[in-house]
Design a protein around this ligand. Structure first.
Ligand code: ZN
Length: 349
């Protein structure tokens, strides 16, 4: 198995976030990725490669150009306007009825954001670009080198980022960018005569609202998410079972919102239903948004999965026998995070 990793993620290191009305240390911290990398090394899992540079084109195939330009300028214009160097956090988020662009740096911060957790510091844009390159390198390896399984150690994560919105610690939607790249490149290469399609399976504790938004109208990407019921948990406004896709994408969005306290057995039972849907769809590619905040004791989740559950999940995914790109998303029980990722990847061995 190939592991794609770069230390560039560490440039994105906000000190604080605002969570449930309190200023708290930033959960999505650089040590998360370093703990995973060290655990993989210790367990001798995978050979680690650095990402290649892909430029903006594959990112702009998913995200609005104006949004990406905002991410690039946000920190400099924020500081130049006299705001604190600790990072860009909006104070005003536009309601739909009053959503009208304003170039003011504080307005800009709200216009492209849906919550207070996607803090932009000096190194955020570079780290987000590098994270997208990690995912794209994984996709390229699947295309070019006949690798069957690649793990992209992405940080910052991506699945909450929409076409023109950051939020939930996410800036660029790595899974969506990789999926789009796989579809475009494999069609161009003509390696397979039949139309190409992809499944993005999101097993992070939180619904992948950004990924759902990006592909909601599309039939060539089936998005499936197993997550906490949004009636109870972030991101609250998307992730219900009746969100089935729209237009040509109707039937290509499948949500499994779950109750608190989900056990290994319960999760695997639901996963089996998702796997049935994947087999019926018969995709060319499988992309997994792999979050580990489903772990018992995660500070941001209320599921009760054990470490060994991740190996069982990995084994079930491996049994699909699809070219598979595993993309790191959340997971904030940092003391157990390395072990949980190792367990997951062992499932593919
Ligand atoms: Zn999460």
């Amino acid at each position: 198995m190939i592991v794609v990793y770069t230390p560039e993620h560490s440039q994105h290191d906000p000190a604080h976030e605002i969570l449930a009305g309190q200023i708290v240390p930033y959960h999505e911290a650089p040590r998360r990725a370093e703990i995973i990398r060290a655990a993989l090394e210790q367990a001798a899992i995978g050979s680690v490669v650095a990402p290649r540079r892909f430029g903006l084109d594959p990112i702009l195939a998913v995200h609005d150009a104006a949004y990406v330009a905002y991410l690039e300028r946000a920190y400099a214009q924020w500081v130049a306007a006299g705001h604190p160097p600790s990072g860009v956090i909006p104070d005003t988020l536009p309601l739909h009825s009053i959503r009208r662009y304003s170039a003011n740096p504080q307005a800009d911060a709200g216009y492209y954001c849906f919550d207070l957790s996607a803090v932009i510091v000096a190194g955020t844009y570079a780290a987000a670009r590098a994270s997208a390159d990690v995912a794209l390198t994984g996709a390229a390896l699947l295309l070019e080198d006949d690798e069957r399984i690649v793990y992209a150690l992405c940080r910052p994560p991506g699945h909450h980022a929409g076409r023109s919105l950051c939020g939930g610690y996410c800036f660029l939607n790595n899974a969506a960018i990789a999926a789009q790249y796989l579809l475009e490149q494999s069609s161009r290469m003509g390696a397979v005569e039949s139309p190409q399609s992809a499944v993005i399976l999101d097993i992070d504790f939180h619904h992948g609202n950004g990924t759902q938004e990006i592909f909601y109208m599309r039939a060539d990407v089936l998005f499936i998410s197993i997550h906490a019921d949004p009636a109870r948990e972030y991101p609250y406004f998307l992730g219900n079972a009746d969100e089935l896709g729209a237009g040509p994408g109707l039937g290509c969005n499948l949500n499994f919102p779950l109750e608190a306290g989900v056990t290994d057995e319960r999760f695997l039972t639901v996963l089996d239903r998702a796997l049935e849907a994947i087999r019926a769809y018969d995709p060319s590619w499988l992309i997994v948004s792999a979050g580990f905040d489903t772990f018992a004791g995660d500070p941001l989740g209320d599921f009760a999965l054990s470490s060994s559950a991740y190996q069982a999940i990995g084994a079930r995914l491996a049994a699909l026998s699809l070219p598979t790109l595993l993309i790191q998303e959340g997971g904030y029980a940092v003391d157990a995070l390395g072990q949980n990722v190792v367990s997951f990847l062992k499932g593919f061995a």
